[in-house]
Write a protein that binds this ligand. Structure first.
Ligand SMILES: O=C(O)CCC(=O)C(=O)O
Ligand SMILES: [Fe+2]
Length: 211
């Protein structure tokens, strides 16, 4: 049986418009027009109100690895609740297994270099990030606006680049069928060349989030 912290290809493909990116190496999907324009605008306004420099687990020494700005979105706000309801209807994941929704804002020249969303087993932050809620299972990411130039998300193993497009969802399973972390999920939020880029990210965990 599927863990309540996971979605599945069958569940996602049951929705009209969901496309699986052909690859043996990972489970990767997109859905255009997932989030309506008025909700995209509301979420952009919330990110603008409350942004701060992004941080990283296992950051290492590269201060330019993730140069965007982040915002934790308050789960009690109507726009955030609407977003959560859309996600739950699509992916079927128990909302208790979700981390709080995060917003990201990238200015010209900002990027998130190639990385995986799961935590490195045995890495120095492993205990701190995974002791309560376990490993990250699935990632759901939504572009909130069309970017003037740049800002694509590149999945090298799948030979796929997603162009930002208001309301478009990209989602993937961070693990393989045997539940080991899948390094083929490595992805690069490429530099914005012109304009701003806003995204929302939702990460799910093996166990309930609980704090
Ligand atoms: O902004 C992007 O295109 C990628 C964002 C991302 O990978 C993340 O927030 O984990
Ligand atoms: Fe990521």
């Amino acid at each position: 049986m599927m863990n309540p912290g996971e979605s599945s290809a069958d569940k996602l493909l049951a929705r009209d418009g969901v496309q699986r990116i052909p690859s043996e190496k990972l489970e990767l999907f997109q859905l255009r027009d997932f989030v309506p324009p008025d909700l995209c605008q509301e979420l952009i306004s919330l990110i603008e109100l409350d942004r701060r420099p992004s941080t990283l687990a296992d950051a290492g020494d590269d201060n330019y690895f993730r140069t965007s700005e982040t915002c934790d979105l308050d789960a009690g706000l109507p726009a955030v609740m609407r977003m959560e309801a859309l996600l739950h209807a699509l992916n079927g994941i128990d909302p208790a297994h979700g981390e709080p929704l995060q917003g990201q804002r990238y200015d010209v020249g900002q990027e998130f270099k190639p990385h995986c969303d799961y935590f490195n087993p045995g890495g120095k932050d492993w205990t701190r990030y995974c002791s309560v809620a376990g490993q990250r299972t699935w990632t759901f990411m939504i572009y909130l606006n069309d970017v003037d130039a740049g800002g694509a998300t590149r999945f090298k193993a799948a030979k796929k680049m997603f162009q930002p497009e208001a309301g478009k969802l990209v989602c993937w399973n961070n693990r393989r069928p045997d539940l080991r972390e899948n390094p083929n999920t490595i992805h690069h939020g490429m530099k914005v060349r012109k304009g701003l880029k806003y995204v929302i990210t939702k990460w799910y965990r093996e166990k309930p989030w609980g704090w």
